[in-house]
Design a protein around this ligand. Structure first.
Ligand SMILES: O=C(O)C(=O)C[C@]1(C(=O)O)C=C[C@@H](O)C=C1
Length: 364
């Protein structure tokens, strides 16, 4: 994909002393007391760089708690004053932006239900023209990388240079272990397109349950995410929204303490070791491709034979046999079963494509 962003590095707009950025706070601002108590506990734990709170909550159905709105913004001012930490809220309309800035909110984020709508994102981008405020963009609810990229581009083209992405996972059509499937490959692709873009993991919305927060947060750090945004409430079970996925500030402090932060770069010893191993991987990948090319050369021969004898490209029994035997070989080589299965389904699709190409050459 041909895309680029003109943005400032994360370290130029927030000092995390080289550590991953941690944004923590309740799902929703409920009362001034709840905000102040939660934020003070978070501050005391010493891990957070930013306090978050939902003020306008996009709810799936009417009738559930939709956030305290403007009334909560003075509470965030009080939080800032009491903790000295910057505050972040979600904005979904130009009016939200205006109000958030009026009350001194330091960081804005665009929610997953807003990122899906380019009209909506463009309105936010227009409202942000000429305003120097960091904006974090959550992935759209559906696994569409282009929408995420487009939202980032719209904001950047409006002049937002303090820009980052939040990976919160993607809605599931069916029952799933996680509330929102991480689909890590989409975030990896985003980072490959925009290597300088800060990407922040949102374990709370991926997990949906506090039991899964650690494994998701660790995965994000293994992938060298630039930070984490995690929901924390003084009394999670009594939270007015997302009770099951919030942690007390103390439990969050413990979890963050237990996480392994991967190094940003490696020393010269590691570098040379890494180069040796990467060289070997290069050779093996080349052999892998040569093997595939040899396989498809055989498939082509087979296709010519099938064409001359009027035999169909797709052979269900043989395909099932291919999948079963390769699965067994994969197991004995300790390969991840899904990898082997997906790989041979992909190879088979290409095999069919090649064979139909050969068959159509004669028909043409
Ligand atoms: O064995 C065949 O008849 C093939 O066409 C080869 C092949 C394969 O690539 O392995 C491709 C298509 C068939 O559905 C089954 C197997």
């Amino acid at each position: 994909m041909n895309a680029s962003l003109d943005i400032l590095p994360l370290s130029s707009w927030i000092n995390t002393e080289g550590k991953p950025l941690v944004i923590a706070g309740p799902c929703s601002a409920e009362t001034e007391e709840q905000m102040l108590e939660t934020a003070t506990q978070i501050k005391e734990e010493g891990f957070a760089h930013v306090i978050r709170a939902g003020v306008w909550k996009p709810r799936t159905r009417p009738g559930s708690f939709e956030g305290m709105g403007e009334a909560a913004l003075p509470w965030l001012q009080a939080v800032k004053q009491q903790t000295g930490l910057p505050v972040a809220v979600e904005v979904a309309t130009p009016q939200h932006i205006e109000l958030a800035l009026k009350y001194g909110v330091d960081i804005l984020w665009v929610g997953a239900r807003t990122t899906v709508n380019p009209f909506n994102v463009q309105e936010l981008a227009d409202a942000l023209k000429g305003i120097d405020v960091p904006v974090l963009v959550k992935n759209p609810v559906n696994p569409d990388l282009q929408l995420w990229v487009g939202a980032l581009e719209r904001l950047n083209q409006a002049g937002v240079k303090k820009l980052g992405a939040i990976h919160r996972g993607f809605s599931n059509a069916q029952e799933h272990k996680f509330r929102n499937s991480p689909m890590w490959n989409i975030a990896i692709e985003l980072k490959t397109i925009f290597p300088q873009l800060p990407v922040i993991g949102d374990p709370s919305h991926m997990a949906g349950k506090r039991a899964y927060l650690y494994e998701i947060a660790q995965r994000a750090l293994d992938l060298h995410y630039d930070g984490l945004i995690i929901e924390s409430h003084r009394d999670p079970d009594k939270a007015w929204s997302d009770a099951a996925q919030q942690l007390t500030p103390a439990a969050l402090g413990q979890m963050l303490h237990d996480l392994h932060v991967r190094k940003e770069s490696y020393g010269s010893d590691y570098a040379s070791q890494l180069e040796i191993i990467r060289g070997k991987i290069d050779n093996l990948d080349r052999e892998l491709l040569e093997t595939l090319a040899n396989r498809f050369a055989l498939v082509e021969k087979l296709a010519e034979y099938k064409r001359d004898n009027n035999v169909a490209a797709y052979q269900v029994d043989r395909f099932r046999e291919v999948l079963e035997t390769r699965a067994g070989w994969g197991r004995s080589l300790n390969l991840y079963p899904n990898l082997v299965d997906e790989l041979f389904k992909l190879v088979h699709m290409e095999s069919i494509r090649k064979q139909t190409e050969v068959m159509n050459q004669v028909n043409a």
